[in-house]
Design a protein around this ligand. Structure first.
Ligand SMILES: Nc1ncnc2c1ncn2[C@@H]1O[C@H](COP(=O)(O)OP(=O)(O)OP(=O)(O)O)[C@@H](O)[C@H]1O
Length: 252
């Protein structure tokens, strides 16, 4: 279970995350939503120990993430950031094999090879496995990074805007994949999303952030509400329900 206690992050005197207490549900897909600059990525980075909090702490199953040994944390929690700057002259296979590093330490076993294969299957990139990353489209590259995270085979998987540069077909595919990772593989998936309809359709829980604070958090049906979303984004929109599903019309 991930818990956040008295967590703040301050850059040059400006506090961009300020959360008293937050508990992320175990299992399922939790989406973090909110306007640009709300602090979503900073929160995700602090959970994944890519950023150090200014005050407070993040607990993973009761233990401060900062106290884990690198290799131990890498077997429990994986993070996919927005801007993945890795050497372009790396093949898809090499990238996904990186995900196994906490286990293989560079000497892959049969199990590592099977996990790499399974991850490539899941994202549909088997045919591209020996392509270099700079020979892929943006969407294919994004899926290769997602395969790397899946190969890492962690209980917790965090994704920062994984739908960037994906067409609608692949965006739906990735969200289904994250749902599969949660429902079939038992992972706790946390994902920063901008598209409210993807959040409404594919997440189980939503954390709504604004100006560094958690405005509300709860099951999708409780958060995808007109009053809350209008306040959050300071824009007109409508929320409708059809066939027990909620839809957000951002032009309304
Ligand atoms: N390294 C940094 N130095 C200074 N300010 C930063 C740094 N990283 C983030 N910020 C600021 O912190 C605030 C929150 O940024 P963050 O990226 O967490 O927001 P976000 O909700 O993920 O935004 P977006 O939806 O635009 O990606 C922003 O005002 C940003 O400018």
């Amino acid at each position: 279970m991930i818990r956040v206690e008295s967590l703040t992050k301050t850059y040059a005197g400006s506090t961009v995350v300020d959360i008293d207490a937050l508990h992320l549900p175990q299992g399922g897909v939790t989406a973090i939503i909110g306007p640009n600059g709300a602090g979503k990525s900073t929160l995700l980075s602090m959970i994944g120990r890519l950023e150090i909090p200014s005050t407070g702490r993040v607990l993973l199953d009761g233990q401060d993430v900062r106290t884990f040994r690198n290799n131990t944390l890498a077997r429990r929690l994986a993070v996919l950031k927005q801007d993945n700057t890795l050497a372009a002259r790396l093949t898809v296979h090499d990238l996904v094999a990186f995900g196994r590093y906490p286990y293989s330490r560079g000497r892959p076993t049969q199990e590592d090879r099977e996990q790499i294969d399974a991850a490539l299957d899941l994202v549909g990139l088997q045919d591209f496995r020996y392509r270099f990353l700079d020979e892929l489209s943006g969407g294919q590259r994004q899926r290769a990074f997602i395969a790397m995270v899946l190969a890492q085979d962690t209980e917790y998987a965090l994704f920062d805007e994984p739908l960037n540069s994906l067409d609608i077909n692949h965006a739906v595919g990735v969200m289904r994949l994250l749902g599969h990772a949660a429902d079939e593989m038992g992972k706790t998936v946390v994902v920063v999303l901008h598209d409210l309809n993807f959040a409404a359709r594919h997440a189980d829980h939503i954390i709504a952030m604004q100006a560094g604070k958690v405005v509300e958090a709860g099951p999708v049906a409780r958060i995808i509400r007109e009053d809350l979303l209008r306040r959050l984004y300071d824009t007109g929109l409508t929320v409708t329900t059809r066939n027990n599903r909620v839809f957000v019309d951002v032009f309304g």
